[in-house]
Design a binder for this molecule. Sequence first.
Ligand code: CP
Length: 327
Amino acid sequence: MMSHLLSIDSLSRDEIDHLMRVAARLEPVAQRRKVTRILEGAVLGNLFFEASTRTRVSFHTAFSRLGGSVCDTTGFTFSSMAKGESLYDTSRVMSGYCDAIVMRHPEQGSVAEFAAATHVPVINAGDGPGEHPSQALLDFYTIDKEFARQGKALKDAHVLMTGDLKYGRTVHSLIRLLARYAPMRITLVAPPGLEMPHHLIERVSRQGLAVEVRESLAGDFSDVDVVYTTRIQKERFTAEMIEGFNLSRDFTVDRAFLDSRCNASTIVMHPLPRDSRPEANDLDVDLNGDPRLAIFRQTDNGIPVRMAIFATLLKVEEHIERDLRDV
Ligand code: CP
C-alpha cells in the first residue's frame, strides 16, 4: 500500500477499491453514529499555504473523529517559511512532531518535494494546478454511491467535465482515476485557452477512456450521467489572460441546461468552492434544492474518504470494527 498520497498515479485500481471499502466501513463514524479511537495519541500536521475551507476542515474533522489530534498552520504569514525556511527544513522539522502531514501549496510539485524529505505519510491537498488526489477519491466515492442508488453500472458511465480544465487540479486527478476504470466515456468542454492538457488526454485515451472534446455546452448531452463542473481559477491566470477574459454564459451549468440538454437522472457535481459572483457564471444557484445537485452529498463524502486515507496510510484499518463503540 502507498506510503504517501501525492498523485492518483501512485494508486492501483485495487488500492482505490480498498480505500472505497474502508470509507464505507467508516460511514457510521463519519456520521457520529459510532465512535472509534484507532488514532488515539497520533498527531496530524495540517499545513495549508493556500486558501481552503472544505479540504482543511474535513481533513481536520476526519483525523479528530478517528481519535487523533491536529496542529494547523494556515498561510505563509504564520509559518517560518515567511522567514525564508525551505520546504526541506520545514518537512524535517514537522516529521519530528507529527505522525502524518496534509499539505496544500500554490506550487506544482511542492508537496512531492516536501514528502521526499520526511519519514511520515504526506497527503497532497492540492499543489497549484497539479493534483488534488483526495478530492478525486471522494468524487469517485460519490459517483459510485449515486450510481448504486440509481441502479447504474460504473462501466457504462458517461462523465462530462466542464469549466477550467487547464488549471483545475481536481479534474486532473479525477480523469487519472477514471482511467483506472476504463472503458468509460468522458466528454470535455472548456472555454478557449482553458482546455485539459493534451498529454493527459493522450495518456487516459491510451489507458482506454473514450474521450471526446467539444467546444461548448450547446447540443445534446442526454446520455451524460454526471456533469462535473469547475470554477474558473483566475488566481492562476497570467496578467495577459486576465485582461479581457469574460466567461460566456454558454459554459454555465444551470437548470435550463440540465432540463433541456441532459436527462432526469443526470447528477451535477462540483469540487467547490463555486464562485457566487454573477459575472463568474459558475454553477448556478437555481439548482439549489434540486435532487440532481449532488454537491453537498459530495462534500459530506469527504469525511469517510479522508478517514479511510488516514486509516490506510497509518495502517490501522484492520482495527476499525474491533474499536467501534456506540455514541
Ligand atoms: N474542493 C476544495 O479543494 O475546496 P477548498 O478549496 O475549500 O478546500
